[in-house]
Every structure is written in structure tokens, then in C-alpha cells.
Write a protein that binds this ligand. Structure first.
Ligand SMILES: O=C1O[C@H](COP(=O)(O)O)[C@@H](O)[C@H](O)[C@H]1O
Length: 742
């Protein structure tokens, strides 16, 4: 028998840290006269330089753990060669090479494992090339393709990826890695539950009659350095909650294989019963924006590096049991575990050593100050049986309290061989043990659970926490079906810190973002009602900041008569209305299309950017049309209210620093910044009765500082906003402002 292992991304981070060691462990365990191996390290770099790098990795990072394995390592290294895979021709040559080597020796069975440790955007194209040039349907060949998460970015992209892969490979050839499924304790959750003939008491208690709550936690001390381009697009919910924590939860709560229903099916049944989280809290460690080096600051300020979610399983067995997921970077400790906390409703009258103590089962996956992964069970249970690979005679002495108790109050067992997750999964891929991998059929269901939350988190500014969360601002409580932070930062800010009431000589309103949005919305609503039935013309800016404002306005103005209100736009990108980049799209989605908002259609004035021939076709003179519309509808060309934003470069509306649009006399202009845009100009903005500038998030702190030091002639557009007769108010949230004042 023979195995070819082809690793794509062979000099990358993961390969260096875990994969080559895993392949060596596999080789050590299985190589013999009857089983041979060849390893190809592949990558886009040319052979010469990459071979040198690869050799260094093998030399330094592949560790000989057993005695006398030096010779084994030498043999292993001699079986590894580098192969450049940068073009279709390279894949063709690799296919040919694999074929030729098979024709030299006749093997009874051949296993071909392609391991893709490459960015997910290359999955489909690579899969296509592998299938085209390196795939073989010969009977004695077992083909496997191994992928790393992320498997998609949301439900649609997961479906798309799945559809693409299915074009080339059968489901039983695809091995999707979630490395948490390779962790020694996670691998033993099901075996631990399977020994239920031996632990009948425990398995009987795993339901809503007895369980108070379940927690699945992965806390880290590391931050996101070196990973911003990945992290900015993902955040902790996609990175950890959707996959690692969910997989662990499934193992703890799924039905066991029974009456012929196999594990993957049981998992899928359970997934279908897991609801969208009832509540989610998000946070971001304070250095995130600085570290991300201003890479896409508008996006970065919305990225959660901490999340806590409250989930529920709507099955007869689990209904009503709160399930809490917690994960975050830059926290005070590194630990991961799943624990089941049992209800304690026994009133003990005499001799009560366990009074008020909840019993627990803890799957301690790693770190957290314990010397080893382990399974812990409260001694309330008379006896506990642990799975075969676990050792109860470990003689570990742990003096401090763990999980709120003395170590001696638990039965505990540690894995006999604590093998690294990747090594275990590489062995499983080799052995065709598919149950250690993510099943294609349940991927889509697990993404669906997070769909609404992912949308929610793109519109909320996360709570900022210090590295290590020294002041416990992330502590939260379960309050019915919601999670709430224990500390109210806003109150603290008010009492602890200087709270100014003006900025650049204009009125300033400042608060935590949610309160700030409410304050601005309330001001708008009060101005609308003051106007009585007289026409009220309001223009809104685009971008992400106003989205939450729109939602609050929709709630406050629901079922209120708004026949006198006219809605205008401050600026718009030349894209279609369906695009997420369209400002009108967000205005419509979050405010106007709410069934309880009754503004007549004729009062809604979207900027005419979608013209017949193409968006913002210059011949169609959309800007002139809009200007004319303003002149026709608005007495004295004076808006009653304009909501502006502030860009990290000092732009406001779509007026950018030092651009000719700043000195235009017309009211509406076309301009270009990554795309064509239409914008109101300073002459009309400065005529408004009220201008409110909304500034939220830490990403704006630098520009706020700059504004304090600059003079109006500096070419920064926001400094040219200066209403002639009207009022101007700054609405700046505490994230942006507190840092400005420090
Ligand atoms: O997949 C991931 O997991 C790691 C945490 O894994 P662990 O084995 O160190 O517990 C996490 O740091 C990373 O962001 C995520 O992509």
C-alpha cells in the first residue's frame, strides 16, 4: 500500500506549526515495508527558494519525540520534495508525476491526500485543477481532499462553496477540518457519554429537568496581530462561535446513535433545533484599530473581537436551558472548555457539605491554568467511568480553586496521550475516519443560525475593552432571554471623566453609541413635531453610522402622521439601489420601508443616480435635476435638518479634502472617490436650519484630534461646514471622544 500526501501551502504558518509534524507522526506510525509514503510540499514560489525554506522548516519544526526516531526523521525528510504549483501546467505536471510514480511500482491500494492549507478564495479554482489533472477513478485509489475552515462567510457563500466542490468531488472524498474536533478532550465527549451503561446517572441528567445551563468558552490572551486582513472580514463570531463552539455544543447535547440513526444525522437533527441566538453582546479590544494600522477603519471599528451569545435548543429535551457561548481575543487568560452546570434545588437541613453547590461536568479542552486537558465531574455522582484513552491515576496536584471548587471535589481524568489536534486529524484523514470532520450537509444549517447576528454585528459598534479586560467591562448577566453587560459604561464615563459640552465652538452631545443614536433621533423627532403640519425637509448622509439611527427613528416615528415630512439625501454612490453600497438602500431598508412609517411616496427624494443608460450617466444631468428639485420644493432652499457624518480623512457628505467640489456654487455636484458619487455642496448645506454631525467609533479619534488643531482653511471639508443662520451640533460617541480628550 502506498500514500501520496500533497500539501498546498507547505511553507505557511499552519504547515510550519502543526502540519509537517502531523505528517511525520503519521509516517512514524504507519510506514513499513508494506506501507510506503511520498510527501509533496507545494506552493506558488519557485522551487529553488521554496525548497530551501521547506528544508529549514523540516529541520527545525519536526520534532523527534520518541527515542531513536532520528533515523526515522531522516527517512521522512528524504521522502519530502517541493513542487511548484502556480499554474494549470504545474497541476498537469504534478498529475503526470503522480501517475508515473504509480506505474513504477504496482500497489495494492493507494491513498492520495491533497491537504489545502491555502486562503479560502483559492479553494474552488484549486479543486478544479486538482480534479482536472490529478484525480483518478482507478479502483485501487482512495482520493481525499482536506480543507481548513472557513467554509464560507455566510449561508450563501457556504452553499456556493459546497456547490462548487460537489462539481469535482464526492462528499466522502471531502474532509473539512475544524481543528477543535481533533482536540483530545473534544474527541472523548461522545465516548464519555457512550459509556452511559456505566454512567447511567449522568446521561439521564442531561436534559432540561436537571441542567441549569451549558457554557462553551474559548478565551484567548493573544490579539489579532498579523491577521487583520482575515480578521477584519470575519470577527470572532465567524472565526470561533459558528464553528468551534458550535461543534463542541453539538457533541455535548446531541442524541447518541440510537435505533439506527447515525451520528451525522443526529447532529443535523439537533442543528435544526438550534435557534438564532436570543441575545448577543459584542466587544473590541482597545488596540484593535491602532494595530490594524488604519486598514479600512470604517470596517475595522465594527469588527467584534469578543462575543457572548445566548442560544437555545428548541427540542423537548433542551427547551428552556440557556446555552452560553463566549469567545474573545486579548482577554485575561487562555482557556477553553464546555461545562454543564446542574440545577441545585435540594434544600439540605442538616450536615450540608454541598449546600448551594451546583454539580458540574466539565470538558476542559485546554490551558486555563490546568496542566493538562481533562474531564472533570463533581463528586456528587457516586462513581464515574471515563473512556478508555483516559487516565484517572494521574497524581496531579492542583492547589488553587478550579471552576469555583477545590480540585479534590471532582473526579478527574486526563488523556493518556495528549496528541496535538492536527496530528489526530491527519491520522483520521489517513484512516478515512469521516466522523472527525465537518459534514457538508450540516454546514449550511450551522451558518443559518448566525445569519441575523452577523447582520446585526455589522451595524453595531462593539463595546471597547482594555487588553486583558482589567476593569471587567465585559462581565455580563443573563436576564430572561437577553444578555446584559453588568457595568454601565456610560454612567461611569459621566461620573469619572471630564464631560465637555462643546466641540470646536459648537454644541456637543456625547454618550455611549446607543444612547447617542437615541439622543439624535429624539432631537429629529422633536423638531419634526415642532414643525406641526408645516413642511419639514430633512437630508440624511450615507455610510454605516446612520443605520442604527434609521432603525431608532423608525421605532420612534412608527404610526405618527408624517405627511409634512420630506426625506432627502446628502450624498449617494452611483450604484444600483439593490447594492449594499447604496445609501438609499439602507435608508429604505431600515427606515422608509417599515410598514408603520407613513411618509407619502412623493415626499421621498432619492438622488437620481440610477439613470437609464448607466448609473450617473453625465448626459442625464442627475445633479442638476436634484438641484432643481430642491429649489422647487424647499422654501428659501433651506433644509430644516441635515444629518452629516465625518470620514477618517475629514470628509463629510461626498466632499473630500482639497477637491474642487469644495468651492462650487451649485447645490448638487458629481464627484469621484473609488466610485462616482452625487453630493450636496457647501452652499446648500450651510443654509440649513440645523446641522447635526454624527461621529461614532474609535476609528474617528485621530481625525477629531486633527480637527482640534487645524484651521478652517486647511482644506478639511468638515471644517467648512458653518451654517450661516442655523445651528450646528456635534453628536460624538464616547469611543471617539474620550480618546480625543486624553
Ligand atoms: O481556528 C481558530 O482557533 C484558534 C484557537 O485555537 P486553539 O487551538 O489555540 O485554542 C484561534 O486563535 C483562531 O483565531 C481561530 O481561527
Amino acid at each position: 500500500e502506498h500514500t501520496d500526501i500533497i500539501l498546498l501551502g507547505s511553507t505557511g504558518d499552519l504547515a510550519q506549526k502543526y502540519l509537517w509534524q502531523g505528517f511525520f507522526n503519521l509516517y512514524e506510525k504507519h510506514s513499513s515495508d508494506h506501507h510506503t509514503f511520498t510527501f509533496y510540499g507545494c506552493g506558488r514560489s519557485p522551487k529553488h527558494s521554496a525548497t530551501e525554506k521547506l528544508n529549514k522548516i523540516l529541520d527545525k519544526n519536526v520534532i523527534c519525540e520518541k527515542k531513536n526516531c532520528v533515523d526515522q526523521k531522516k527517512k521522512f525528510v528524504s521522502l519530502v520534495s517541493y513542487f511548484q504549483l502556480a499554474s494549470e501546467i504545474d497541476f498537469k505536471n504534478l498529475g503526470q508525476l503522480l501517475k508515473n510514480s504509480r506505474s513504477v511500482t504496482k500497489y495494492e491500494a493507494i491513498t492520495v491526500i491533497f491537504y489545502l492549507s491555502i486562503p479560502p478564495e483559492f479553494y474552488t479554482r484549486t479543486a478544479e485543477n486538482i480534479h482536472k489533472f490529478c484525480y483518478s477513478v482507478e479502483e485501487n485509489i482512495n482520493f481525499r481532499i482536506v480543507f481548513e475552515k472557513p467554509f464560507g462567510y455566510d449561508t450563501n457563500s457556504a452553499i456556493q462553496l459546497q456547490t462548487n466542490l460537489e462539481k469535482y468531488f464526492k462528499e466522502d472524498e471531502i474532509y473539512r477540518i475544524d481543528h477543535y474536533l481533533g482536540k483530545s478532550v473534544v474527541r472523548e465527549i461522545l465516548p464519555f457519554r457512550f459509556v452511559r451503561q456505566l454512567n447511567p446517572e449522568i446521561e439521564k441528567l442531561l436534559n432540561n429537568k436537571h441542567v441549569e445551563r451549558i457554557e462553551v468558552v474559548l478565551k484567548e490572551t493573544v490579539d489579532c496581530k498579523g491577521r487583520f486582513s482575515y480578521y477584519n472580514n470575519n470577527g470572532v463570531i465567524r472565526d470561533v462561535l459558528q464553528n468551534h463552539l458550535m461543534e463542541v455544543l453539538l457533541l455535548v447535547t446531541m442524541e447518541l446513535e440510537e435505533n439506527g440513526v447515525k451520528i451525522p444525522q443526529q447532529k443535523q437533527n439537533l442543528l435544526k433545533n438550534i435557534e438564532t441566538p436570543l441575545s448577543v453582546l459584542i466587544g473590541q479590544y482597545e488596540d484593535y484599530l491602532d494595530q490594524s494600522n488604519d486598514e479600512a477603519p470604517d470596517l475595522a471599528e465594527f469588527v467584534p473581537t469578543f462575543a457572548a451569545a445566548l442560544l437555545s435548543i428548541e427540542s423537548p429535551k433542551w427547551h428552556g436551558v440557556p446555552i452560553i457561548f463566549v469567545s474573545g481575543k486579548s482577554l485575561n487568560e487562555r482557556t477553553s472548555y464546555a461545562r454543564v452546570i446542574f440545577k441545585n434545588n435540594i434544600f439540605c437541613v442538616s450536615n450540608c457539605p454541598n449546600m448551594n453547590q451546583n454539580q458540574q461536568i466539565i470538558f476542559h479542552i485546554g490551558h486555563g491554568g490546568l496542566p493538562s486537558p481533562m474531564i472533570l465531574v463533581s463528586k456528587y455522582f457516586k462513581t464515574v467511568e471515563f473512556p478508555q484513552g483516559f487516565n484517572t491515576e494521574h497524581n496531579l496536584e492542583i492547589k488553587k480553586q478550579i471552576y469555583g471548587k477545590d480540585f479534590s471535589e471532582f473526579f478527574s481524568a486526563v488523556p493518556i496521550n495528549d496528541i496535538d489536534a492536527y496530528s489526530s486529524l491527519i491520522q483520521d484523514a489517513f484512516n478515512g475516519r469521516k466522523e472527525s470532520f465537518i459534514d457538508g450537509s450540516h454546514l449550511v444549517d450551522s451558518w443559518k443560525i448566525w445569519e441575523d447576528i452577523l447582520k446585526y454585528s455589522t451595524e453595531r459598534i462593539p463595546r471597547i475593552y482594555e487588553n486583558g479586560d482589567e476593569h471587567n467591562v465585559l462581565d455580563f448577566k443573563i436576564f430572561g432571554s437577553s444578555l446584559e453587560y453588568v457595568k454601565n459604561i456610560e454612567k461611569e464615563d459621566a461620573s469619572d471623566s471630564f464631560s465637555p459640552n462643546s466641540f470646536l465652538g459648537r454644541k456637543l452631545v456625547t454618550a455611549e453609541s446607543e444612547t447617542l443614536y437615541k439622543a439624535l433621533a429624539t432631537d429629529i423627532v422633536s423638531k419634526i413635531s415642532q414643525q406641526n403640519t408645516q413642511k419639514f425637509h430633512i437630508a440624511f448622509s450615507g455610510g454605516k453610522s446612520p443605520i442604527r439611527l434609521f432603525q431608532i427613528l423608525a421605532a420612534l416615528l412608527s404610526d405618527v402622521s408624517l405627511n409634512h415630512v420630506h426625506i432627502w439625501q446628502v450624498d449617494e454612490r452611483c450604484v444600483s439601489r439593490e447594492s449594499e453600497d447604496s445609501n438609499f438602500h439602507h435608508l429604505l431598508k431600515n427606515f422608509l420601508s417599515n410598514g408603520h412609517i407613513s411618509i407619502p411616496d412623493d415626499n421621498i427624494h432619492p438622488m437620481p443616480v440610477s439613470q437609464i443608460k448607466r448609473n450617473c450617466d453625465l448626459e442625464s444631468k442627475g445633479n442638476t435635476i436634484y438641484e432643481q428639485s430642491i429649489k422647487n420644493h424647499i422654501a428659501n432652499k433651506q433644509f430644516d435638518y441635515i444629518v452629516l457624518g465625518l470620514g477618517a480623512d475629514g470628509h463629510t457628505a461626498s466632499l473630500f479634502p482639497n477637491e474642487p467640489t469644495l468651492s462650487l456654487k451649485s447645490y448638487v455636484a458629481m464627484t469621484w472617490k473609488s466610485v462616482f458619487r452625487m453630493t450636496l455642496t457647501l452652499p446648500v448645506i450651510n443654509r440649513a436650519k440645523q446641522i447635526s454631525v454624527l461621529v461614532t467609533g474609535k476609528a474617528k479619534r485621530k481625525i477629531l484630534k486633527t480637527l482640534e488643531k487645524s484651521d478652517p482653511g486647511s482644506g478639511l471639508p468638515i471644517l467648512r461646514v458653518n451654517p450661516t443662520d442655523g445651528e450646528m451640533t456635534w453628536y460624538i460617541d464616547s469611543n471617539a471622544l474620550s480618546l480625543t480628550l486624553n
